[in-house]
Design a protein around this ligand. Structure first.
Ligand code: C5P
Length: 235
């Protein structure tokens, strides 16, 4: 089955500080989005990449991708995104032509995911899982709190889930296309990852090992780390 990758890249990236939309910011001179598209195209299984651009930035993103070489075997299309990540993914999914039975959803904000992780996700979908997420064990202990009304105020702890049972989830997440489409038709509440919509359908979601380098570039420190990883790869 042929694989399409949808890359939501329509976010502003407010937590990164002022500047261009996050996906268009440079890492060692190349926009984060271009790194993310290349990371998907690096898999021989991926024949189409759908980039979901900021609503007013589709033309800019298209010319950006035209200017950066992708492998011959990979097509790409650019569509305008929506107000939420979820809506952006849905718009990207609608742009995937029939014939692509497996769909990956990958954050533009995870530009450095290694190809082996991408292929492990695809392999698990091909092996029959309707939804697959790469994830890592946590370094930190996690506490559930009663969120403060006033930011910075002390927050009461409600519970401490067992760290051994927790995983930090990354992307690309992989799906049987029909399952992801049904999830987007059915689930209307806000979610922070695509697999949780499939969980709400009652379908099985499985975890495969993620990778340290698939971290999400969210805060200024993440930019430093990403540039250090890229510099090390070029050695
Ligand atoms: O904000 P966060 O880091 O969770 O965003 C994850 C991904 O979702 C980013 O690649 C971002 O560009 C994308 N996004 C989007 N449309 C939105 C908001 C976020 O495509 N409206």
């Amino acid at each position: 089955a042929s694989v399409a990758a949808v890359i939501p890249a329509a976010g502003r990236g407010v937590r990164l500080g002022p500047g261009a939309p996050k996906a268009l910011r440079a890492l060692n001179g190349t926009p984060m989005l271009v790194h993310a598209v290349r990371a998907m195209a690096a898999s021989r299984a991926v024949s189409l990449v759908v980039v979901v651009a900021p609503p007013d930035g589709a033309a800019e993103v298209r010319s950006l991708l035209d200017a950066h070489a992708l492998p011959e075997r990979t097509d790409f299309v650019v569509v305008p995104g929506g107000a939420s990540r979820q809506e952006s993914v849905r718009l990207g999914l609608e742009a995937v032509p029939t014939g692509h039975d497996i769909v990956l959803v990958h954050d533009a904000a995870r530009p450095l995911v290694p190809v082996d992780t991408v292929d492990a996700v695809i392999d698990a979908v091909r092996a029959g899982a309707p939804a697959v997420v790469p994830a890592l064990p946590l370094a930190d202990t996690v506490k559930e709190v009663e969120p403060a009304v006033v930011p910075g105020e002390p927050e009461p702890v409600l519970a401490t889930p067992s760290r051994a049972r927790l995983r930090a989830v990354q992307t690309p997440q992989g799906f049987a296309r029909a399952t992801l489409a049904r999830a987007h038709e059915t689930v209307t509440e806000d979610v922070t990852d695509d697999a949780s919509m499939v969980e709400q359908l009652g379908e099985t979601v499985v975890v495969v090992p993620g990778h340290e380098e698939a971290f999400k570039v969210t805060r200024p420190l993440d930019l430093l780390l990403a540039e250090a990883v890229l510099a090390r790869r070029r050695l």
